[in-house]
Design a protein around this ligand. Structure first.
Ligand SMILES: *Cc1c(COP(=O)(O)O)cnc(C)c1O
Length: 409
């Protein structure tokens, strides 16, 4: 009989959102009259922008005719899209990224999860905590995280806690780490790092020969001037950082599927003998074996984001969500809750009332307000004592949910 990859068996059984769904559906069964509103999902609700839809329609028309039909596309993505990315997301901000450093993908989850395959099994990873669970779980599958303790910590992961006590700014690791995962604006806390704070991380990585895997899926939500949109705004970052971007939250592409990864030519890791191996050609080799590209229609849709009309339309939707975030922030604060995030990100991070756990407060919200939130502890041990609320809902249902939360106290 074939042996299983036992690293897979170390993963916690229930995926967070499956657990939540179970609790919500059992509540609905026992309270059929209750109108339950979710401020828990991390998915967008507003439809695609008209300019994007138009681009998709015309791409479908091209696919329907002999002369313009397209089969497999270039592995790294079509030139038209990589060019638009390099021009608009980077050159417009004074950052030089070559088109050959851009890998178009079917969303950031795949690449943030898969990129660890390029690294040795003995690599030590450090993560800001709490964080998007994909980084730790994918490294667990890769056999790098040791064992999961009863306290929710992996024995071989360096956690860099981000809590109200340190204003959600992770401390540089006190023990050596080879790879640092950062996600800013952060999912789940909705907090950010300023340019000066991010500089410390780049300096650390250069000094310690570490890599930074930087997820900036929410960069489009940044409102503050001193918050960087890309890690490459920091001098020297191209030596040490890989950046993951996604159109999912930027332009409502969670169902369309398109994103990209920047692997600068300079970024490298070493063999056990000390030979430097550049990651860009290695990632290209990996992708050409395991990935066959993103649909032409999705790539044309992504290109349309960068047109003047497309850009204006997606900004409107982002403003719509940020209007929710603002209302949620002010309402929760006025109710006496301790609230973080929500200024440069569509997430609010709310401290649970004293003595109540994340899951405890999840239950209170569900039972008493019929509102679904996400228990913070699901995003890492330092998330205990917080819940996440998302601003991705319809404005009307967000207002309704807030009215119901007012009745809790
Ligand atoms: C939503 C999200 C992504 C994007 O995932 P896609 O696969 O692009 O839809 C990536 N990182 C974080 C932190 C996210 O919250």
């Amino acid at each position: 009989m074939a042996h299983i990859n036992e690293d897979m068996l170390k993963l916690p059984g229930g995926y967070l959102f499956t657990e939540i769904a179970k609790k919500v559906s059992s509540f609905k069964e026992s309270h059929p009259q209750a109108e339950v509103i979710s401020l828990g999902i991390g998915d967008v609700t507003q439809p695609l922008a008209p300019t994007i839809v138009k681009a998709m329609h015309s791409a479908v028309d091209e696919m329907s005719k002999g002369g313009t039909f397209r089969g497999y596309g270039p592995e790294r993505g079509y030139e038209f899209l990589r060019h638009a990315i390099a021009e608009n997301d980077f050159r417009a901000r004074g950052i030089e990224i070559d088109e050959s450093e851009i890998f178009v993908n079917d969303g950031a989850k795949s690449d943030t999860g898969n990129f660890q395959e390029l690294l040795g099994k003995d690599v030590k990873i450090g993560v800001a905590d709490p964080i998007y669970p994909v980084y730790v779980d994918s490294n667990a599958m890769g056999g790098r995280t040791g064992d999961l303790g009863a306290d929710g910590r992996w024995s071989n992961v360096v956690y860099m806690p981000c809590t109200a006590e340190n204003e959600f700014i992770p401390e540089l690791p006190s023990q050596p780490v080879d790879v640092i995962y950062l996600c800013y604006p952060n999912n789940p806390t909705g907090t950010t790092l300023t340019r000066d704070e991010l500089k410390r991380w780049v300096a650390y990585a250069i000094e310690h020969n570490s890599l930074i895997f930087y997820d900036s899926a929410y960069e489009a939500y940044i409102q503050s001037e001193d918050v960087p949109h890309s890690i490459y705004e920091i001098e020297g970052a191209k030596q040490v950082a890989v950046e993951f971007r996604s159109f999912s939250k930027t332009a409502g592409f969670t169902g369309v599927r398109c994103g990209y990864t920047i692997v600068p030519k300079e970024v490298a890791a070493t063999t056990t003998k000390g030979e430097r191996i550049a990651l860009n050609p290695l990632w290209s080799r990996r992708q050409s074996t395991k990935f066959n590209g993103v649909s032409y229609v999705s790539q044309r849709a992504a290109e349309a984001i960068y047109t003047a009309e497309g850009h204006a339309e997606i900004r409107k939707t982002i403003d719509y969500y940020m209007r929710n975030a603002k209302l949620m922030r002010s309402t929760m604060l006025s109710l006496g809750y301790e609230v973080y995030g929500g200024k440069d990100a569509p997430y609010l991070w709310v401290r649970t009332p004293q003595g109540i756990t994340s899951w405890g407060f999840f239950n209170t919200m569900l039972q008493n307000a019929h509102v679904v939130c996400t228990p913070g502890v699901g995003f890492g041990p330092a998330g205990e004592g917080y819940v996440r609320l998302t601003a991705f809902g319809q404005h009307e249902s967000t207002i309704k949910a807030l009215e119901k939360i007012k009745t809790i106290i």
